[in-house]
Design a protein around this ligand. Structure first.
Ligand SMILES: CC(C)(COP(=O)(O)OP(=O)(O)OC[C@H]1O[C@@H](n2cnc3c(N)ncnc32)[C@H](O)[C@@H]1OP(=O)(O)O)[C@@H](O)C(=O)NCCC(=O)NCCS
Length: 268
């Protein structure tokens, strides 16, 4: 279920308290407009997001994104880097199975018989012919909710990427500039092109298997004693496995910002 709420001072405080920085690139200030989100919203601390049109979606800690247009049911994991201008394929009500894909077959909610200048999109009078209808009937679109886009942990998505709803992008994957992602991308795969296909793997199969099992993103990285940013991947895995085995690190489980918290803080 989708919610739309007006930003107020309590909601501003919630974002601050949860250490989430969100800016709306249409209004340059999310704190002057509305936010739109799904029942399942869950944003962890240390997320930085520039969104379009007030739409929020779930994101894990330390992920960031710039000028994104993703649906409210999108799920993004931890430590993801989402570049500028990433969009999901837009939802459409053009029916390939009907005699025409034009919106003339679709129930027109906005059409006003006395006013031929109003139309499906509010400016092109494509529905003007309805004034002369001799029994032609429109039928509504049956709009099904689209499957969510699921982006794993430690995913890097380059600029100007388009993603089909329902696609899953595996942990550690990278998506090249301008790619059109129509199918699932396996973990630690560098994929690119239109359609995006696997170009290379970041690591060997055995390393990928160890990384998936370790799921290092579950831990607070600031607790990873003995880890250096650029250390060889085998040494990194050995060290984090050792810290976990010795119970020197525990999964990071912060309180996320949820739909419930936003709704409780909203004006009635
Ligand atoms: C995908 C990417 C990371 C791969 O870089 P790389 O590891 O240096 O890989 P290579 O250049 O060796 O390319 C590997 C193959 O993928 C192809 N390829 C790379 N990027 C591609 C792209 N964006 N679209 C289509 N094909 C691409 C190359 O032509 C090459 O094909 P080949 O094996 O048939 O010769 C990089 O090309 C890219 O797109 N980076 C994103 C940049 C960006 O959006 N930055 C935004 C700010 S973070």
């Amino acid at each position: 279920m989708k919610h739309v709420i007006q930003i107020n001072d309590r909601i501003k405080e919630l974002f601050r308290k949860h250490k989430i920085f969100v800016q709306d690139d249409l209004q340059y200030n999310i704190f002057s407009g509305t936010v739109i989100f799904d029942e399942t919203l869950r944003i962890e601390p240390y997320v930085e997001l520039i969104i379009t049109g007030g739409i929020l979606w779930s994101m894990g800690t330390s992920s960031y994104g710039m000028s994104l247009q993703l649906p409210v049911n999108t799920q993004v994991g931890r430590f993801c880097c989402l570049a500028r201008d990433i969009k999901a394929f837009p939802k459409s009500d053009h029916h390939g199975e009907r005699f025409s894909m034009s919106p003339i077959t679709v129930q027109d909610q906005t059409y006003d018989r006395g006013n031929a200048t109003r139309s499906h999109y509010g400016f092109i009078p494509i529905s003007a012919g309805f004034e002369q209808s001799k029994g032609f009937l429109t039928e509504p679109t049956i709009s099904l909710d689209e499957e969510p886009i699921v982006i794993g942990n430690d995913v890097w998505i380059g600029e100007a990427v388009r993603i089909k709803p329902g696609v899953h992008i595996g942990n550690g994957a990278a998506i090249g500039y301008g790619s059109i992602v129509t199918k699932d991308i396996p973990p630690y795969t560098v994929a690119a092109g239109s359609p995006a296909v696997a170009r290379k793997q970041r690591f060997s199969d055995s390393i990928i298997e160890r990384l998936e099992k370790l799921a290092w993103w579950q831990y607070p990285y600031w607790d990873l004693d003995g880890v250096r940013g650029g250390m060889p991947i085998e040494a990194f895995i050995d060290q984090v496995e050792k810290l976990a085995a010795e119970e020197k690190i525990r999964p990071y489980e912060p309180e996320p910002l949820t739909a419930r918290l936003l709704l409780d803080a909203a004006d009635n």
